[in-house]
Design a protein around this ligand. Structure first.
Ligand code: ADP
Length: 155
């Protein structure tokens, strides 16, 4: 790291790389999924956040590790509670599009203090409404992996 010129190089790199170039597959579940099954999915899919979609793949919500921990330690029956009761819902979900830069994605993760961003494409429905189709995810790990790749050969 060498001050101004190093900074400019990093700024250029992350302002040029797009979400679509580095996004990973979204790990999604339906809103009828129980808290129990959601927790099992965190382990089997090795992720910290699940994205909740409707039957057409449209974004409905997000559920994090702590959302699930909160409900699990509250003396509730995890097998009976649907994640729709504990998830964060649209329109309060922070997202990115495939064309956004990785700088914009990283900035959003920091500003909103979250670990995962669903990558969405907007579709206009015939009735004038819009649907956000989930096409990927960006996580703090995505950003860290990219940093390692950019650093490869220079360290
Ligand atoms: P954890 O809660 O396990 O620390 P996060 O920091 O990612 O994980 O989540 C913090 C809170 O923000 C949770 O209540 C979660 O539902 C919510 N959240 C997670 N990702 C998003 C997002 N992309 N947009 C809006 N809210 C989110």
């Amino acid at each position: 790291y060498n001050g101004q010129s190093g900074n400019t190089l990093v700024a250029r790199a992350i302002g040029k790389i797009r979400v679509k170039d580095v996004k990973s597959l979204p790990v999604v579940v339906r809103e009828a999924t129980t808290v129990y099954d959601a927790i099992v999915t965190l382990f089997t899919e090795d992720v910290g956040t699940l994205i909740i979609v409707d039957n057409e793949g449209g974004l409905i919500g997000v559920v994090s590790r702590k959302d699930l921990l909160k409900i699990a330690i509250g003396g509730n029956d995890a097998q009976k509670i649907p994640i729709s009761m504990v998830m964060t819902r649209m329109p309060n979900i922070v997202t990115v599009t495939p064309e956004d830069t990785i700088y914009q994605a990283a900035k959003r993760l920091i500003v909103h203090e979250i670990d995962t961003l669903p990558v969405v494409r907007t579709f206009a429905l015939p009735n004038g409404h819009e649907r956000q189709e989930v096409v990927g995810r960006i996580t703090k790990t995505t950003i860290t992996k990219l940093l390692v790749e950019l650093g490869e050969g220079h360290n």
